[in-house]
Design a protein around this ligand. Sequence first.
Ligand SMILES: [Cu+2]
Length: 121
Amino acid sequence: MRVCGWRVLGVLALVLVLGAALPSAAGEVKKFTLINVELDGTKIWLPSSLIVQEGDEVELTLDNKLTAPHGFKIAEFGVEVEVPSKRKSTVRFTASKAGLYPFICHLHPPHIGGQILVVKP
Ligand SMILES: [Cu+2]
């Protein structure tokens, strides 16, 4: 009985390892944290490129480290928020169609945005 128990544990451990190694499936919640920083006088949301699969739920935590409010907008997916200074905001949307879509700070056009690449599963 004892050996059998260890075998079960071994199989469970193998399943966990394989599960962690497999690529994530479409339709999962993909979570990212973006940080708003200033480099040489330019404000930037980092990371500036995100990649998800079509159909994914995407959750972005926007961490504004700066001393003024900044915006975050992805027009294609109806995302538009203002993040107060030194605060975090979380937005969630469905990446419903494949393509390359820009994100920007709609409060300050010179503020550097980025892009989200939505690929077919
Ligand atoms: Cu801004």
